[in-house]
Design a protein. Structure first.
Length: 60
């Protein structure tokens, strides 16, 4: 499920609103250890996309 989530987030990264919405969905379905890995991945992924960094606040 984590790989699918990463794939979806990459595909929608052109739209900040959609990216945030998909990230919220992921937070509801991923297991805690998957969320930790997703957070690490997102920190790296958003380094090059500062417009998406505010979406990281949605991760609980």
């Amino acid at each position: 499920m984590l790989d699918h989530t990463k794939s979806v987030l990459k595909k929608v990264s052109f739209d900040t609103g959609l990216f945030c919405k998909e990230l919220e969905k992921a937070c509801k379905v991923l297991l805690p250890y998957e969320l930790e890995e997703l957070t690490r991945w997102l920190l790296n992924f958003t380094k090059e996309k500062p417009e998406l960094q505010h979406c990281l606040l949605r991760i609980k």
